[in-house]
Design a protein around this ligand. Structure first.
Ligand SMILES: O=C(CO)[C@H](O)[C@H](O)COP(=O)(O)O
Length: 286
């Protein structure tokens, strides 16, 4: 049986999504990359490919004085392929902040809490985002969500030391995770997904995460958590290196860096428009 009739709409839907990622990247870079900046964080995933592309089109006059800091092997390769100067956050002196970091997300809620780590790069992504004075998120419309866990249903990615995996799985179950599994490697690769840091990823599904606890409820009661409550609890589990909840203060509240939440999230929409979400204005047309 021919696959043409069913695959053709899929192909054009995929093209629309790619175009929307490009439009969001273009807007985010235009609004947040000053030519005076010198230290730029580059995140991971398919949307960031467009970010690098847009920056590259600014030309060497603008980009050659800049140094670009990756969040893993994929973005290191992107930076090198674009001919940009590569830096590592491990080489930054203490207290030295990046000017801006651009990265994607798997899901974004109205408070700009994020789920990240769909591409297994969450530990370095959190390090680079929090090393930046300004973290800017770039995504497509599928990532917009009222509650984390409703659009991205694969679970919260958690980076775990290999020897701790059974204990972590047990603890996640005790915290009310509906399912927690070690992520498999790429199709064709036997065994688990191994991160750029040599660790494993556990994807833990929880009930949709709230931004505020209902009155009289305790964190974790009947498996119901707020983003902040669960994020704090997950990092306390021995053997967890980092988790993919980006939460807490936003870049606007922490001017010198250290914020996990972006100052703005740009979403490419399928109709060709771009929406931008900020804490001050909510989700509005860019
Ligand atoms: O967190 C990430 C990788 O760990 C990515 O930023 C996230 O998965 C979004 O990827 P994409 O832009 O391909 O949708």
């Amino acid at each position: 049986m021919s696959t043409t009739p069913s695959s053709a709409p899929d192909a054009s839907a995929a093209q629309l999504i790619e175009k929307s990622k490009f439009l969001a990247a273009n807007r985010a870079v235009t609004e947040h990359l000053s030519p005076t900046y010198r230290h730029i964080g580059i995140g991971s995933g398919s949307t960031v490919i467009h970010v690098v592309d847009v920056i590259s089109k600014l030309g060497a006059n603008i980009t050659s004085p800049m140094t670009f800091y990756p969040t893993g092997d994929q973005s290191r390769d992107l930076i090198q392929a674009a001919g940009f100067r590569l830096g590592y956050i491990s080489d930054l002196s203490p207290g030295h902040a990046l000017d801006v970091c651009f990265d994607g997300a798997d899901e974004v809620d109205p408070c700009l809490n994020l789920i990240k780590g769909g591409g297994a790069c969450l530990l370095q992504e959190k390090l680079v985002a929090t090393a930046a004075r300004k973290f800017v998120c770039v995504a497509d419309s599928r990532k917009i969500s009222n509650h984390l866990g409703t659009a991205w249903k694969k679970g919260i990615p958690i980076e775990v030391f290999p020897m701790a995996v059974p204990q972590v799985l047990g603890e996640l179950e005790r915290l009310g995770s509906l399912s927690a599994q070690v992520r498999s490697g790429l199709p064709g690769k036997a065994g688990a997904c191994v991160t750029d840091n040599g660790l494993r990823i556990v994807d833990a599904v929880f009930k949709p995460l709230l931004t505020e606890l209902p009155e009289g409820k305790q964190e974790g009661e009947e498996g119901v958590w707020t983003v902040d409550g669960l994020a704090r609890r997950l990092i306390e589990i021995p053997g967890v290196a980092e988790h993919g909840l980006f939460y807490g203060k936003s870049g606007l509240e922490v001017e010198s860096g250290g914020a996990q939440k972006p100052v703005a999230a740009y979403f490419g929409m399928e109709d060709g428009s771009v929406m931008v979400q900020t804490l001050e204005k909510g989700l509005v047309k860019a």
